[in-house]
Design a protein around this ligand. Structure first.
Ligand code: SF4
Length: 231
């Protein structure tokens, strides 16, 4: 998760992209909670959360949302991908975001063309996508989400002033293509790092990762390093 995230707000949960690294991290955490028996009802908290099935949690739409400071955000639908969220319900989530202009929110999807469903993107919303690598064949080995080249092209088409790119869990890449993609998208922040749980096949060397960071920094991008380790 992101250290800039002050709250994870999950009025919608679940995803069918089946990223291999999700099962051991996000899904494992959510399963522990959702499989627990609620003492008030005597039932499991949420079987759909446990199975990562896309579903709405309308009772969370009115949840308390803290005010964010500069550089902070509320991570919306962190337990899933909003491309599986029905459009009428997505509109309700966006309405709440729009009503809180003194908070900044992040909405992230591995299918960024889905952002074009939002007719009027709130100014206080950061839109993000994950680009683990520029190489489609490598990304295909870890996720059933759209190809990374398509994610880049689709994200480029989204007209918005606050975009974010996550290069995590990073896989081997071609540095010039990664730089070119970032320069075209112009993200306000870039997160990068290895998988936080285990080594994935096809990770780049730390030297290459640091070189990408150095060159992004020299282009004045705001780069935040997450998990790093020697290969
Ligand atoms: S796209 Fe996100 S939520 Fe969906 S499986 Fe991958 S990491 Fe998990």
């Amino acid at each position: 998760m992101y250290k800039a995230s002050v709250k994870q707000w999950n009025p919608f949960c679940g995803c069918n992209f089946k990223c291999v690294y999700c099962t051991t991290s996000f899904q494992a955490q959510v399963k522990r909670y959702s499989n627990a028996i609620n003492p008030k009802t005597g039932k499991r908290n949420c079987p759909k959360c446990s199975s990562w099935t896309p579903h709405n949690h309308p009772e969370r739409l009115d949840e308390y949302l803290p005010i964010t400071k500069k550089g902070e955000f509320i991570f919306v639908c962190s337990n899933g991908d909003i491309s599986f969220c029905p459009t009428p319900y997505l509109k309700q989530i966006l309405k709440r975001i729009d009503e809180k202009p003194d908070r900044t929110f992040l909405l992230q999807s591995k299918n960024p063309i889905t952002f074009n469903r939002i007719k009027s993107i709130p100014d206080n919303l950061i839109l993000g996508t994950t680009i683990e690598t520029n190489r489609d064949a490598l990304a295909k080995k870890v996720s059933k989400a759209p190809k990374v080249s398509k994610r880049f092209e689709d994200f480029l088409k989204v007209k918005h002033h606050m975009k974010m790119i996550t290069i995590e869990p990073v896989l081997e890449f071609d540095i010039n293509t990664m730089l070119e993609w970032c320069m075209k998208v112009k993200p306000v922040m870039i997160w990068m790092g290895y998988d936080s749980k285990k080594k994935l096949e096809g990770e780049p060397t730390l030297t290459l990762l640091r070189e990408l960071r150095r060159r992004l920094n020299s282009l004045r991008f705001n780069v935040i390093l997450k998990t790093v380790r020697q290969k």
